[in-house]
Write a protein that binds this ligand. Structure first.
Ligand code: AMP
Length: 479
C-alpha cells in the first residue's frame, strides 16, 4: 500500500505536496516525506508519523522549488524503520534522482541477490531501492531514462506505480497490468500525478485520466507526454482498492468508488434479504455500502456506532491484544438506536474477524434483538503478495472456515458476503482485468508456492521503443 504524488507547479510545490499527501493519508500512516528540486539543489524532509505530525510550517518553507514528489508509507511487518521512509534521494554523477514507490515486487529477493553478487550495497529493506538501482544501472549505460524504465519493466515482477524526479523532470509509470492505481491531472499552475484522484481534487485541480498500465509519463512545467512502453493482453487492477482501500470519493478507472460501494450494498440486499429496523455501517469503511443497502431495501439508515475520529486505523496495531483495545477506543455503540432492534451491520471486509466479533458483541451488550452482518466483499481467503498488507492464511478467519462457521465465531444472527459476480458487476471492469488473488487464491502473476490463473498475463515490453522521444502526447496541456 502507500500513497505517492508528484507535482510540477510554477507557484512552488511544498504546500501542494503537503495537501496532496494529506488527501492520501488513508494509504499510509507510518511515515511521510517530500523531496523537492529548485533547479540546482535537492531538498527533502521526512519522518515517522502522520502527515500533520511530520511537517511544520518551517519545514515546509524550506522545501524549495517548482517540482517535487511525496510519499506516505503503510506499515508492513518488520519494516517500520525510519530508514525505509520515502522518497529516496540519490546522486549519480551529475544527476539528481528521487523516487517514490507504491507496490510490491515478487522477485525482489532475486533482484537484490543479483545486485549484491555484483557488490552493490543497500541501505534499506525496501523494494524501492531495488527499483532505483535497476533504473540507475541501466541509465548509466544509455544515459536515457526512458530506456532505463523499459529495462525496469522487463525485470521487475509484481505491482509498481512509481514517480521519479530526475534533474527536475517528473516521470511516472505504472506496471504493465496496472495493479496499483495512478492518475494524472492539471492544476491552475501545473500538473499532478498521484495514487488517487482525491489528491488532485484537494489541490482544486482536474483529473485528466488514469495513467494506463505500462505507460510512462514525462512531466515538466511545459506539459506532459505519454509513452506506452509495455502492452499486456489483460490488466489486473487490485479489487481491494474498490472494496476498502481507496477513498470513496476517488475516481479510479473512470468509476467513482463511492458508487461502486453503493451498488455493492444494493446487491447485498438482493442476495440476502432481511427484515430489520435499521441499517448501520461500521464506520467509515462500511458507510457507502450501508447507504446502498438502505436505499435499495427501504430499511432506514441509522448509525448504531459512532466513530472516534482521532484514532488511527485499528489494523496498524501489531499485536492482537492492542488491536482489540484499539477497536474499543475507536467505536462507541449508540444504545438508544440499538436497544430491542433488529440491526443490519454493514462493513467492507472481514480479515481476522476481530472487528466484527467485537462489534456484534457491542450490539448485543447494547440490547440488539438481532444482528445481521453484511460484508461488501467475498470472503478473504488468501494473502496478498502484490501490495496490500494482508495477514497470512493462518490469521485470515475465512481461509479455512466456511461462512457458517465464521458467523458462529463472530456470534452474528446471520452473515452474508457479497458474491464475486456481484462485486465485479458493481466495479464494472471485466473479471479477467481485475486481480482477485485475496478472494480466490489465484494470482495474475506467478508467485512461488501459489497457483497462478490458468491464463497468466503476457506482456510485451518496449514495443514502442522506436517511437520514444517522438511519441505524440495523447493528452496534454499547453502551458
Ligand atoms: P479484522 O478485524 O481483522 O477482521 O479487520 C477488518 C477490518 O479492517 C475491516 O473493517 C476493514 O475495514 C479493515 N481492513 C481490511 N483490510 C485492511 C487492511 N489491509 N489494512 C487495514 N485495514 C483493513
Amino acid at each position: 500500500m502507500c500513497g505517492i504524488v508528484g507535482i510540477v507547479d510554477a507557484g512552488g510545490v511544498s504546500h501542494p505536496l503537503y495537501y496532496a499527501l494529506f488527501a492520501l493519508q488513508h494509504r499510509g500512516q507510518e511515515s511521510a516525506g517530500i523531496s523537492t528540486w529548485d533547479g540546482s539543489s535537492f531538498y527533502k524532509f521526512k519522518g515517522m508519523g502522520l502527515v500533520a505530525e511530520v511537517f511544520t510550517k518551517e519545514t515546509l518553507s524550506e522545501l524549495k522549488g517548482h517540482v517535487g514528489i511525496g510519499h506516505v508509507r503503510y506499515p508492513t511487518t518488520g519494516a517500520n524503520l525510519p530508514e525505509n521512509t520515502q522518497p529516496f534521494n540519490f546522486r549519480f554523477r551529475d544527476h539528481h534522482f528521487a523516487i517514490a514507490y507504491n507496490g510490491n515486487l515478487v522477485n525482489s529477493a532475486e533482484l537484490r541477490d543479483a545486485f549484491e553478487q555484483d557488490g552493490e550495497i543497500f541501505s534499506t529493506t525496501t523494494d524501492t531501492e531495488i527499483v532505483a538501482s535497476t533504473i540507475v544501472h541501466e541509465f548509466r549505460k544509455s544515459g536515457k531514462i526512458e530506456e532505463a524504465i523499459i529495462h525496469c519493466m522487463h525485470v521487475l515482477r509484481g505491482s509498481y506505480s512509481v514517480i521519479l524526479m530526475l534533474d527536475g523532470i517528473l516521470y511516472a509509470f505504472r506496471d504493465p497490468v496496472g495493479i496499483k492505481p495512478l492518475c494524472i491531472g492539471t492544476t491552475e499552475n501545473g500538473f499532478v500525478v498521484a495514487s488517487e484522484s482525491v489528491a488532485i481534487d484537494t489541490l482544486g485541480g482536474t483529473l485528466v485520466r488514469d495513467v494506463y498500465p505500462g505507460e510512462l509519463f514525462r512531466i515538466t512545467g511545459a506539459g506532459f507526454e505519454a509513452m506506452q512502453i509495455a502492452v499486456a493482453d489483460r490488466k489486473a487492477h487490485c479489487i481491494f482498492e474498490y472494496i476498502y482501500f481507496a477513498r470513496a470519493d476517488s475516481v479510479m478507472e473512470g468509476k467513482l468508488v463511492y458508487d461502486v460501494r453503493r451498488q455493492i450494498g444494493a446487491s447485498l440486499f438482493d442476495e440476502a434479504p432481511v427484515r430489520a429496523d435499521l441499517v448501520s455501517p461500521v464506520p467509515d469503511s462500511g458507510t457507502s455500502v450501508a447507504i446502498g443497502f438502505s436505499h435499495h431495501s427501504g430499511i432506514p439508515y441509522l448509525e448504531a456506532l459512532m466513530k472516534n475520529r482521532y484514532t488511527a486505523r485499528t489494523f496498524i496495531k501489531p499485536s492482537q491484544k492492542e488491536r482489540e483495545q484499539a477497536v474499543r477506543l475507536k467505536l462507541n455503540p449508540i444504545i438508544g438506536h440499538i436497544e430491542g432492534k433488529k440491526v443490519v451491520l454493514v462493513d467492507d471486509s472481514i480479515v481476522r474477524g476481530t472487528t466484527s466479533r467485537h462489534i456484534v458483541e457491542l450490539m448485543k451488550e447494547s440490547g440488539a434483538a438481532e444482528v445481521h452482518v453484511r460484508i461488501g466483499s467475498p470472503q478473504i481467503i488468501a494473502p496478498c503478495y502484490l501490495g496490500v498488507d494482508m495477514p497470512t492464511r493462518a490469521e485470515l478467519i475465512a481461509s479455512t472456515r466456511p461462512v457458517e462457521e465464521v458467523k458462529d465465531s463472530i456470534a452474528a444472527t446471520t452473515l452474508h458476503h457479497v458474491s464475486l459476480e456481484a462485486l465485479v458487476k458493481a466495479i464494472g471492469i471485466d473479471r479477467e482485468n481485475l486481480c482477485t488473488g485475496c478472494l480466490t487464491g489465484k494470482y495474475p502473476l506467478s508467485i512461488e508456492g501459489e497457483s497462478c490463473l490458468s491464463r497468466s498475463i503476457d506482456f510485451v515490453v518496449g514495443s514502442y521503443q522506436a517511437k520514444l522521444g517522438s511519441f505524440p502526447p495523447r493528452t496534454g496541456a499547453a502551458k
